[in-house]
Design a protein around this ligand. Sequence first.
Ligand code: NAD
Ligand code: DAU
Length: 352
Amino acid sequence: MTILVTGAAGFIGSNFVLNWFDKEKEDVISFDNLTYAGNLDNLSSLLKNNRHYFVKGDIGNSELISSTLQKYQPTAIINFAAESHVDKSISAPDTFIKTNILGTYKLLKSTLSYWGTLKEKQKKDFRFIHISTDEVYGDLDKNNSPFTEENRYIPNSPYSASKAASDHLVRAWHQTYNLPVITTNCSNNYGSFQFPEKLIPLCIINAINEKPLPLYGDGKQIRDWLYVDDHCEAIRLILKKGAIGETYNIGGNTEKTNIQVALLICKVLDNLQPRSDKISYDQQISFVKDRQGHDRRYAIDSSKIQKELGWHPKETFESGMVKTIEWYLDHEEWVKNIISGDYKKWIDNHYL
Ligand code: NAD
Ligand code: DAU
């Protein structure tokens, strides 16, 4: 038995693969074209694991996807591969359209052809799990209820619009061709291996390097935060018990303003690694120009997955943040390699 994980060298994908090897027996094919956000160093602990295979490639490369599916005969595909950074989608949307929309379309087509070759039992057991985001539901006012699976899709950024398009394609491949798909819509993740373009790792790394912690606009935008391992557990559960054709919202029930997030990071750092002058890191918080079209608030109602599948997040925001900050403090080399771009050399030396 084998599963194929796309985007496996990214933040959530690599956490998922590592979590999988901790808990499950099936082999894993990590499929990733190693964009700037893909870092095989994240999977270095699996270098000598003979149940782990790595294929470098684009989900939009139908030939490579098809030959990989034929060769390894996976029982499931978990699709994490995407361009994921909202700011980048605003300044350079092309790759978002290419990967998130066209890439997903090509991946679905290749998967459907492969699925059609399977025997009845394998066909029935096969799953295509598509990892999406809460951002497809748009922006909430302070008084609106959290997003449920019934909310309309109202994406506001090129990123969320491209993810929304991919979700619709995944749905269509089920409704039209019966491909056994499940889509998940998750809130903001944080934890180990997150690329420092995103708020939490950026603030941690800037803080210890005596740089400003840049908060957009008034810093009062709200996100719901989920520790990445809790997300990985939810996906494993959905793969086993989720209903075909359904969508599941996943969230941490932890709404925080960006200021609250930055202040918590400073408080944890003040405790774990105080500044030499003993002044709090919160002195480094600085307010900068706002993101264009910045969504004010996201909030997720995860009661469906909680009731139907029995999933609950284990970490609180405080406990998850301590683990995350400890991880970044313990992995100076990883951070240094990311900042210098040296992790690409590591890949050349070990895999290609
Ligand atoms: P990431 O940017 O850290 O990783 C994305 C990975 O996909 C990288 O390894 C990259 O090399 C790979 N990739 C990109 N384009 C590819 C292509 N064309 N072919 C093959 N591989 C490609 O992203 P992440 O934060 O780990 O997010 C993973 C998925 O989860 C995305 O689909 C994202 O939309 C979704 N998601 C993320 C969050 C979050 O908070 N990070 C929350 C909800 C949903
Ligand atoms: O909601 C799920 C989404 O969460 C995922 O689908 C995306 O892939 C993921 O990147 C994330 O999107 P956000 O835009 O919410 O994440 P980001 O870390 O970029 O920003 C979090 C909040 O912090 C947001 O309100 C913007 C703000 N921000 C971000 C950065 C990078 C700042 O104030 N300053 C910054 O420097």
